[in-house]
Ligand binder design. Structure first.
Ligand code: NDP
Length: 387
């Protein structure tokens, strides 16, 4: 039996992962499950899957969680140290699906045990790609992409000579507002931004999909995973969300990955160590779909994507700063303190400020990443207050 843990078990990716594990209970032993606040779901999952360890990030919920699992043989931990304890338990495969940069240290801890890390938490690759890759090399655990686009890229380049790859196209659905004009976006609300046309995901990534901040993170993630330069990455809006990535080769040939807009497809591929998993999902019937559309994104409507390409080109600590500023801007949008369009303004102003202080060029080392994350959040806050 393979020993598996899920960091961020109570979220959308975590629940989809448990759904797959429940289809093959005889093949997997659940080691650790973690959550942030949702102790009821975490406790129920821990009991149902006979987990060895649970950890809750919010320390104030620890005693309630202990009570919920008191009659079971489950170790319980709380707070940041508790998350790290759960992440360091020996497992063969760990799903990193905490949302935001909060997923960085637990994911790194899991890699340090030598486990294979399935990475949904793109933020850790964006902020600290070189550190994640070094830990993977040092301890021997594989980094496996879970984002549907990156899972698709790994599938379309498999077996190909990397020298023959001329470009990767990553698709974007366009999110909740793809049919609106820039001028229509001034007053949109968090509720409206949280309605994705094709995917059912956590709220933060859904809003990031509407602004294309998510795609900005993904192009940086693609650079880190597949060693691609900015000139070799293109983004196209593809409203049907069926083609997730296309590899373009030097002979004019292209290989596209088509799959249902259901994260279980990419999670199952990662769970099965990048081999096919016999999954019962609704079949994509291309004859009913008829047409697959693609168009270039408008950088004026999606300034976040333009910023993402600049960050990708810059490298160094820019990814960590960009992600932190974006997280802070999103917090303020969710709290109605910042408009939807204001998010990109705040992130741009934060990046300009850090760049003028020459703080983005240092080596990507853990202490520097954590420090720039903190600084970017503080600066972003001041710009939110000024806007
Ligand atoms: P959700 O918001 O649905 O779930 C987030 C998980 O992280 C929950 O378990 C939550 O706990 C936990 N969490 C939240 N804050 C903290 C914290 N500060 N410390 C520790 N744990 C925390 O997110 P998703 O599942 O949608 O996304 C997870 C990751 O996967 C993100 O990085 C996202 O970008 C990526 N991803 C998601 C996709 C999707 O389809 N959802 C697709 C591709 C990538 P609790 O529930 O208790 O609050």
């Amino acid at each position: 039996m393979r020993r598996v843990s899920i960091l961020g078990a109570t979220g959308s990716i975590g629940q989809n992962t448990l759904n797959l594990i429940s289809q093959r209970k005889d093949q997997f032993k659940v080691v650790a499950l973690t959550g942030s606040r949702n102790i009821e779901l975490l406790a129920q999952n821990a009991i149902d899957f006979n987990a060895e360890v649970v950890a809750i990030a919010d320390d104030s919920k620890l005693s309630d969680l202990k009570e919920l699992v008191a009659s079971y043989n489950i170790e319980v931990f709380g707070g940041q140290n508790g998350l790290l304890e759960a992440s360091s338990r020996q497992a063969d495969w760990v799903m990193s699906s905490i949302v935001g940069s909060a997923g960085l240290l637990p994911g790194l801890k899991a890699l340090e045990t030598g486990a294979n890390l399935a990475l949904a938490n793109k933020e850790s690759m964006v902020a600290a790609g070189p550190i994640m890759k070094k830990a993977s090399e040092t301890y021997g655990g594989k980094l496996i992409p879970v984002d549907s686009e990156h899972s698709a890229i790994s599938q379309v380049i498999r077996g190909e000579d990397r020298g023959s790859l001329s470009k990767i196209i990553i698709t974007a659905s366009g999110g909740a507002f793809r049919d609106l004009k820039y001028s229509d976006l001034a007053d949109v609300t968090p509720d409206q931004a949280s309605k994705h046309p094709n995917w059912d995901m956590g709220q933060r990534i859904t809003i990031d999909s509407a602004s294309l901040f998510n795609k900005a993170l993904e192009i940086i993630e693609a650079k880190e995973f597949f060693e691609l330069s900015a000139s070799k990455i293109e983004v196209l809006i593809h409203p049907q969300s069926l083609v997730h990535a296309i590899a373009c080769f030097c002979d004019g040939g292209m290989k596209a990955h088509i799959g249902p807009p259901d994260m279980r497809h990419a999670i199952a591929y990662a769970l099965n160590e990048e081999k096919r998993f016999n999954l019962i999902l609704e079949e994509v019937d291309l004859s009913k779909i008829g047409a697959l559309e693609f168009e270039k994104p408008d950088f004026l409507k999606y300034p976040a994507l333009k910023l993402g390409f600049e960050v990708l080109e810059h490298g160094g600590l820019a990814g960590a700063a960009f992600n932190a500023a974006k997280e802070e801007a999103l917090n303020n949008f969710l709290d109605f303190k910042l408009s939807f369009l204001g998010m990109a303004d705040v992130v741009r102003a934060t990046m300009d400020e850090l760049s003028s202080r020459n703080q983005l060029n240092s080596e990507v080392e853990l202490e520097a990443v954590l420090d720039i994350d903190l600084q970017a959040r503080l600066i972003a806050k001041t710009f939110v207050n000024k806007l």
